[in-house]
Design a protein around this ligand. Structure first.
Ligand SMILES: NC(=O)c1ccc[n+]([C@@H]2O[C@H](COP(=O)([O-])OP(=O)(O)OC[C@H]3O[C@@H](n4cnc5c(N)ncnc54)[C@H](OP(=O)(O)O)[C@@H]3O)[C@@H](O)[C@H]2O)c1
Length: 264
C-alpha cells in the first residue's frame, strides 16, 4: 500500500496505551484517523493535538464497546461520517487478574464482549469496504494467546480467541487484497495493569516493561508488511515458540508460577 496517499483508519481503545500510540502512528503517516474509546475528553484532547501537529483530520466517536449493540452503533457512526476506512484496528481490550472463582462474573462477561464480540462485529461490518479498498485489519491479541493463563483465565482465553480468529480469517482472505495482522504484545507499560488489578502479579511487579509507543511502532510496521502474527520482543517470541514443544500442563503450571500474586 502507498503510505503517502491519505487513507482512513478506525482505532478502538485509542485514548490510552497501545491504541493511543497506534492512532498517533496513523496520524503521523498522514492518514485520517477515527478514534474511539469511552473517555471522550481524552480523545478530544488528542484529536486537537494531532490535527495541529500532523495536519490530519481526526474524528472522535466515543463508545463503550462492552455494551451490547455498541459495536454496530459505532460502525453506523463511522459510515455516517461519509468515510470509507482502509485500516481497522481492533485494539480496545481489558484484563482481569484474580482466581476465576473469586472474580466478578459481570466484569468477565463485559470483558468477553469487549475483547471478542465487538472485535468480531466490527470486523464483519467493515470487511466489504476493506475488501473494496484492499485494506488492512489489525487485531490486538497478546502473548497470553499462546497458552492458558491461571489467575487471568478468562482474559487469556479471550486473547486465544482473537489470535485464532485473526489467523483463520487471514487465511480465508488470502488473495482478496485484505491482510490481517494479530499483534501479540507481552507485558507493556500502559494503563492495562492498573485496570486489570494485576499490579501484584509477578509478571509485571518490579519489571521494566517496553513502552506502548515502541510496541505500536513495531506493530504498525508489521501491519504494513501484512504479517499475520507479530510478537514484539525477542524474549516474547522465544516464549511463544517454546510452548509449542512443552507439555501443555507444564506450560500452564509455569504460567501460574510466573503470574502468582507476590507480596509487597
Ligand atoms: N499492556 C499490556 O501489558 C498488554 C499486553 C498484551 C496485550 N495487550 C492488549 O493491548 C490492548 C490495549 O491495551 P493497553 O495495554 O493499551 O491498555 P490501556 O492503556 O488500559 O488502554 C486500553 C484502551 O481501551 C479502551 N477501553 C477500555 N474499556 C473499553 C470499553 N469498554 N469500550 C471501549 N474502549 C475501552 C480504553 O479507553 P477508555 O478507558 O477511555 O474506554 C483505552 O483506550 C488490549 O487489547 C490489551 O488486551 C496489552
Amino acid at each position: 500500500m502507498n503510505q503517502k496517499t491519505p487513507k482512513s483508519a478506525l482505532i478502538t481503545g485509542a485514548s490510552n496505551g497501545i491504541g493511543k500510540a497506534l492512532a498517533e502512528e496513523f496520524a503521523a503517516a498522514g492518514h485520517t484517523v477515527i478514534v474511539s474509546a469511552r473517555s471522550e475528553a481524552k480523545l478530544q484532547a488528542l484529536a486537537s493535538q494531532w490535527r495541529q501537529q500532523y495536519g490530519v483530520a481526526v474524528h472522535v466517536l466515543p463508545s463503550d464497546l462492552s455494551q451490547p449493540g455498541a459495536a454496530l452503533a459505532l460502525a453506523r457512526e463511522v459510515k455516517a461520517l461519509g468515510l470509507e476506512i482502509d485500516f481497522l484496528v481492533n485494539n480496545a481490550g481489558v484484563g482481569l487478574f484474580g482466581e476465576f472463582e473469586h472474580n466478578d462474573g459481570e466484569a468477565e462477561v463485559a470483558m468477553m464482549r469487549l475483547n471478542m464480540e465487538s472485535l468480531v462485529l466490527l470486523t464483519r461490518e467493515f470487511l466489504p469496504v476493506l475488501k473494496a479498498r484492499q485494506g488492512r485489519i489489525m487485531n490486538v491479541a497478546s502473548t497470553a494467546a499462546f497458552q492458558p493463563g491461571p489467575y487471568m483465565a478468562v482474559y487469556y482465553a479471550t486473547k486465544a480467541f482473537v489470535l485464532s480468529f485473526s489467523e483463520a480469517i487471514a487465511e480465508e482472505l488470502s488473495g482478496s487484497g485484505v491482510k490481517v495482522t494479530a499483534l501479540c504484545p507481552g507485558p507493556t507499560a500502559s494503563g492495562f495493569q492498573d485496570l486489570a488489578s494485576m499490579q501484584d502479579s509477578s509478571l509485571v511487579k518490579g519489571k521494566r516493561l517496553p513502552t506502548s509507543e515502541a510496541v505500536a511502532k513495531a506493530g504498525f510496521r508489521a501491519m504494513q508488511r501484512g504479517q499475520r502474527v507479530y510478537i514484539p520482543g525477542v524474549m516474547n517470541r522465544l516464549m511463544a515458540w517454546s510452548v509449542r514443544f512443552t507439555p501443555r500442563r507444564v506450560v500452564t503450571a509455569m504460567v501460574r508460577y510466573l503470574s502468582r500474586p507476590v507480596a509487597a
